[in-house]
Structures are given as C-alpha cells and as structure tokens.
Design a binder for this molecule. Structure first.
Ligand SMILES: O=c1ccn([C@@H]2O[C@H](COP(=O)(O)OP(=O)(O)O[C@H]3O[C@H](CO)[C@@H](O)[C@H](O)[C@H]3O)[C@@H](O)[C@H]2O)c(=O)[nH]1
Ligand SMILES: [Mn+2]
Length: 693
C-alpha cells in the first residue's frame, strides 16, 4: 500500500513474534471501532518472522521495517525487572517516519475501547498521558507525535549513550520531552491498578475510557484466558481484550488462527498446536526480499517450528533478555556467546610458489645509542619532596690504604667522633681508625693501674678482705701474690686488686695425681709464706725416682705379658708358638749371597728378626733401652735399678745395631766432637722464645 505524503496513522511496534497477538488485537480493536485512519506497524525484520509479518499484513496498512536500537547499558532495565525491553529504544524510529504528518502511537499491549481519532487534531508536537507509577512522567504506551529528524537525532544520540533512567524508551523520552509534552487524559492510556482510589475512579470514568494498556510483563495473551486476578476492574479490562481476540481468532480453524494461537497461552492446546520457540533471527528475512520468497520461507519455518519445544515467554534470543542473576537461561536459548563477532578466513587457493622480493628494505641507519663521553655533570632534578629535604649522608667509606701510615695517637679517633665530624672528604685523616701496633703494647697496658691502687685505705681494706677469704679456703694467709707492677711502691704482701692479675701458682689448685709441686725459693716470698701440707697419697717430689718407677712399670708389663702368653690371645692366635715362625725361603737365583745392609744374622735358619716372646724374651723394654749399649758400657744403670732385683734371668740382648743417627753424618768433620750418649732434648720454652724471636 502506497503511503500518501503527510498522512495520519495509528502506529504500533513489534520487536518479536511474541507480541503478535497484542499487535493484532490492537489493530482489530481500532478497526472495529470504525476508524478510517491508516494502521502502521514498525517491525525489526531480524527478530520478526515472516509468518508473523504475514499475519500483520492482514490487519495493518503499513508494515515498516526499522533497525533495532538496543540499549548497550541495560543495567537500569533490571531496576524495573524488564530486561526483555533491551530493544525498546527502537521506538524512537517513530520520529524518523517523516512520511506521516501525525502519528498516534499505541503499544502492542493496548486494546482500544474506541478509536481516539481526535488525537490527530491536537496542535502539539508531542502529547502523552501520565504514568500511573510516577504521574509526573508520561507513559510512552500512547503518544501523539509529529515525526521530525531533529527529535530523532537527539533521541538517537541519547539512546546510543544509554541515557534513560529506566533503561528503556519511557525513561529516554521523558528526559527528552520533560518540559514540552502535552498531557493527555488518563483515559487515553488507562493502566489497571489496585490503587485505593482506582476502583471509584474507574467506576466514575469507565464510560470515557479510550484505550486500556496492560503494562508489565504479564500480558493477557501471556496469562491466558482462564487467569483471573480476583479484581473486577482488571478482569473487565482483560475481558475486553479477549473479546477482541475471540471475535477474530476463536473458533476459526484456518492458517491465520493457527499462527496467532501459537503465541497465546491456552490456545495452542485447544487447537492441538504447540506453542513454540519463535524462529531465530538468522531465519528471518529482510524486508527487501520479495513477497513470494517470504511466503515460501514462512511456510517452511512453520513446518520447522512444529516439532520444537513449547515456548512461552517474552524471551528473545536477540541479546540478553533474561536476568542471569535471578533465573537460569530459558530452555532452547542460544549459547551465551552467540552474538560475539566472529571472523572467517578463507584458505588461500593460490598455488603459485612464494618468490621473495629482490631486496628487502634496508634497516634504518643512525639507530644506535651513543654512549656519552663524559659523565653527566648536572645533578638529576629532584622529583619527590623528600629528596629536597634529605639529610646529608653520613656513611663513610674507607679510603684506599696509604703507602706508609705510622700509627700515631693523633690518628686514633673514636668511632663516635668519626660519625659526628667526618664527611665524605676522602683526604680526611680522621676517618681511618688505626690501632698502634706497638710491640710493647702489653707492657704499656700492664703499667697502667687503677686510680685507687695507691690509696692506702683501699689497699688495706682489700688486703683484709682477701686475707679473710684465703684463710677460709686454704687456711693460709694471702701473702703469696707476687708483685705484678714493677716499680710500684706498694705492699709486697698485698694481692693486687688489678683485674689483669693471673692467679699465682700457689693460688691455682694442683692436681692430686701429680707429685706436689716443688716449692720455689722462698727468699722472694714474704715472711708469712709457709709450707703447704702435702696431699694425702701423693709422694713428695724428693721421693720420686723416675728410674725406679720405670723399672716398676717394666716388671708389671712383664708379668702381664707372661700371663697373656699362657693362654691364646688376640682372637685365638697363640703368642709364642711356632705359628709365629717365618719359614725359610730360598732367595731368587743369583741373590743367594745377597745381604741387606742392615741385616744381622741371628742364626743360620732365621732370616728375619726373631720376634719377641713373652716367655723367652723376658727382657723388659726399659731395661733393654737402658742396656742397649751395654757392650760399650756407656749407659750406666741407676742405683735404683741396680738395687731392684730382676725377677727374670737377664739374657744377652739381641745384637741389633742401634740407629746411627747419632753417628757422624755427611756434615761430620774430622776431630769434631759430637754427643753420643745424650738424647737431644726438646728446647725449653725459654729457648724456643729466643729461637723464634
Ligand atoms: O518483547 C517485546 C517487548 C516490547 N515490544 C514492543 O514494545 C512495547 C513496549 O513494551 P511493553 O511490554 O508494552 O512495555 P510496558 O509493560 O508497557 O512498559 C512501559 O515501559 C516501556 C519501556 O519504557 C514502555 O515502552 C511502555 O510504553 C511502558 O508502558 C510493546 O507494547 C511492544 O509494542 C515487543 O514488540 N516485543
Ligand atoms: Mn506497553
């Protein structure tokens, strides 16, 4: 149907198939009311199926495809629990329909009691009735508007930015026409309510009701015929909607009623037609397609949807229309990421081999970093406030060791003074703490005393104290201390109170296992010095004869060995048996007369030194050592040894030559005397000190 320029139309909107019954009932209610105005409906071709479009054609004069305008910031929709209204911004396409002079827009969920043709005569650019939820606002279910691109672009700009307090068209339009809208009577947009004044008002004004609007998600075709709210007024209004529906679609078993019935609760059971998922947007056709194509497609879609699951909700797969926070996704919904953009790349069908270009562009020159020749002299500008207020550094670094630095008292600085006075000046001498490595440091230290060392009262007191202590401990007067500070005029008997004093040998406890120490000369001691009593069981030093003690030890060892020889020992190996004999062995050919330079033949049959036997070689080791050079007669036995009778018969000692280390060596010079009988003793401590220094 061709549009006459400057026409007036009743217009509605259909964003998906689910509102088809509403759109049809609205159109029929207007037609049935006898209006001669044209009926138009805006549809979004991507989300409205062809069979639905076909049904719209039966009532509407104009079916106008428009682009979907979605709210990309649908958060506010959740405030009114209507996420299904994500595409309500599409309504602003009404202002784009400048082919019409005036549009009386009516929502698809409205039933007309009468056709309000008088609204076309309103002089106002925009008129709307108050909203029952917030009467200062107008409800956008019924609007009288003059299309114009100015308002359209203004509304589109707001829509694109998501400016709407309810996330849908009502919030957006109320913000745009806030102060310029012409308020219509509530009778042009009566919305059922349970408000306390509602029933009396309804009773009073019901004869003048023009349009009834079923706001909210529970539409009459969604609730079903049998649904009653218990409210007389609401049921009356619902009844009006069903009256229109029944007038046109009930008891008419034809194709049209079959399609419409799919979207009306209860109607599909009655007709044994399932209530099904609306065809997906991919199946929908754009309006540019020819009518014949649309018809054939809608037929095939109709067949396809016959066996699909029962669908009953305002859910649309176009974007998110269900509240994921409150409910699970509707049955048969598309995957969540179905609307994600995807790219398809075609495999290259080029069969030609890759030929590299003759030359590639050469890399850019002068792309290297020049290391600065000199260190930057400028200090880095401070960035942070604390950098400006930073305290001067106090840390001190050691300078490289000087060639020659003599220790001097002046260079010795206490660490405290270093920290306090020093700077980072590397030439500062005070920063190098050196310790005078003087050889006589100890002497200088010991020469120092305490200030009270010379106070006689203190000395007397300390003496008395120490006397008392030592008399209690040792039973002797404390008079053994040697003066440790030479040149000091002080009592010689007084034990020094200096902490560096080491206890004298008198003060030190002697071990009872060693002979009592030999008393040193008493001449240097004080008069109070006295002889200590000998420890019990410890022999006096004078009674200790080392030779006799050694002889005693040797006898004891001999006896022990004798005992051991009588029984098997050392793991069953009998000592002193023939098992110890080493059998004679012939020397290799040609070496029969060879003799070891140190070999001493004992007997023709024994080539190895005869092992000592406890029973036969009774020679005690000490005695053997002492008599080792018996032939020379150089080692005289001590008187103690001579007195001590040997319990065993002394056998002639084995004639093994003693080691010749005492003899003349390579460095021996003729006529030089050398000690032959003295074992060189280790140097004494004093000698070692002399040697080492
Ligand atoms: O899934 C849908 C949803 C909406 N519509 C169309 O959009 C209109 C608005 O949706 P509706 O469910 O009628 O909204 P209401 O429950 O009426 O909610 C109020 O809030 C809406 C959003 O602001 C306004 O559009 C309404 O006019 C206002 O009455 C409908 O009438 C239809 O024409 C569809 O075609 N399919
Ligand atoms: Mn509505």
């Amino acid at each position: 149907m061709a549009i006459t320029k400057g026409e007036d139309v009743y217009a509605s909107l259909l964003l998906n198939d689910a509102y088809l019954p509403g759109a049809l009932v609205l159109a029929h209610s207007l037609r049935d009311s006898g209006t001669n105005k044209k009926l138009a409906i805006l549809i979004t071709p991507e989300t409205v199926s062809n069979e639905v479009v076909e049904q719209l054609h039966t009532v509407y004069d104009y079916i106008i495809p428009v682009e979907t305008i979605q709210n990309e910031r649908p958060a506010n929709l959740f405030l009114m629990n209507r996420p299904d209204l994500h595409s309500a911004f599409t309504k602003i396409n009404l202002w784009k329909q400048t082919q019409f002079r005036k549009i009386v827009y009516i929502d698809a969920d409205i039933v007309a009691y009468r056709a309000p043709d008088e609204l076309f005569d309103l002089p106002h650019a925009f008129s709307a009735a108050p909203d029952i939820g917030w009467p200062d606002l107008f409800n956008t279910g019924v609007m009288v508007l003059a299309p114009n691109m100015g308002d359209y672009y203004a509304l589109l700009a707001m829509a694109e930015r998501g400016i709407s307090f309810d996330g849908a068209d009502q919030g957006l339009l109320n913000m745009h026409f806030r102060n310029t809208y012409n308020r219509l009577s509530f009778t042009y947009n009566v919305t059922p309510s349970a408000h306390y004044q509602y029933i009396p008002a309804y009773k009073h004004f019901q004869s003048s009701i023009n349009l009834v609007h079923f706001i909210g998600s529970e539409k009459p075709w969604v609730q079903g015929r049998t649904q009653t709210t218990g409210s007389g007024t609401y049921d009356e209004m619902i009844g009006r909607w069903w009256a229109v529906y029944d007038r046109h679609y009930r008891n008419n078993s034809n194709k049209t009623t079959d399609v419409v019935g799919k979207f009306v609760k209860g109607e599909q059971q009655q007709r044994n037609v399932s209530f099904q998922i609306p065809p997906s947007q991919s199946q929908s056709q754009s309006q540019s397609q020819s009518q014949s194509q649309s018809q054939s497609q809608s037929q095939s879609q109709s067949q396809n949807t016959q066996n699909q699951n029962t669908y009953y909700s305002t859910y649309t797969s176009h974007g998110q229309s269900w509240d994921a926070a409150r409910s699970s996704p509707p049955t048969g919904s598309k995957p969540e990421a179905a609307n994600f953009p995807n790219s398809h790349y075609k495999m290259s069908s080029n069969t030609q081999q890759f030929v590299p270009p003759a030359r590639y562009p050469s890399p850019p020159k002068d792309m290297w970093y020049k290391v600065p020749e000199a260190a930057p002299t400028q200090k880095t500008a401070p960035i942070f406030p604390w950098e400006k207020q930073a305290p001067a550094p106090t840390r001190v670094f050691a300078e490289p060791p000087p060639e020659q630095r003599k220790p001097s008292v002046a260079s010795t600085v206490t660490p405290a003074s270093v920290t306090a006075s020093s700077t980072i000046e590397p030439k500062s001498e005070a920063v190098t703490p050196t310790t005078p490595a003087s050889a006589n440091a100890w002497t200088s230290f010991t020469s120092r005393g305490n200030a009270w060392d010379d106070v006689p009262e203190i000395n007397r007191y300390v003496d008395a104290l120490q006397k008392h202590r030592r008399s209690g401990r040792k039973g002797s007067a404390a008079a053994t201390s040697r003066p440790t500070s030479p040149g000091r005029a002080q009592s010689r008997s007084r034990r020094s109170s200096k902490v560096t004093d080491f206890p004298t040998e008198d003060d030190r406890p002697s071990l009872p296992v060693t002979p009592a120490p030999i008393q040193g000369p008493r001449s240097s001691r004080g008069e109070n010095a006295r002889q200590f009593p000998a420890a019990a069981g410890v022999p006096a030093q004078s009674e200790w004869d080392p030779a006799a003690q050694l002889e005693k030890l040797a006898i004891h060892q001999q006896e022990t060995l004798q005992k051991l020889g009588e029984r098997p020992a050392f793991g069953g190996f009998a000592i002193g048996t023939a098992g110890k004999e080493i059998p004679a062995r012939a020397l290799p050919f040609g070496y029969e007369d060879a003799r070891s330079p140190t070999h001493v033949a004992q007997s023709p049959s024994v080539l190895s030194p005869k092992p000592l036997r406890a029973s036969t070689t009774g020679t005690n080791s000490v005695r053997r050592i002492l008599t080792i050079d018996e032939e020379g007669g150089n080692v005289p036995l001590t008187t103690t040894e001579k007195k001590t009778p040997s319990p065993l018969p002394t056998q002639p000692s084995i004639a093994i030559a003693p080691p010749s280390y005492q003899g003349p060596g390579a460095a021996f010079e003729k006529g030089e005397d050398f000690p032959t009988h003295e074992t060189p003793a280790l140097p004494t401590e004093e000698e070692r000190d002399v040697l080492e220094t």
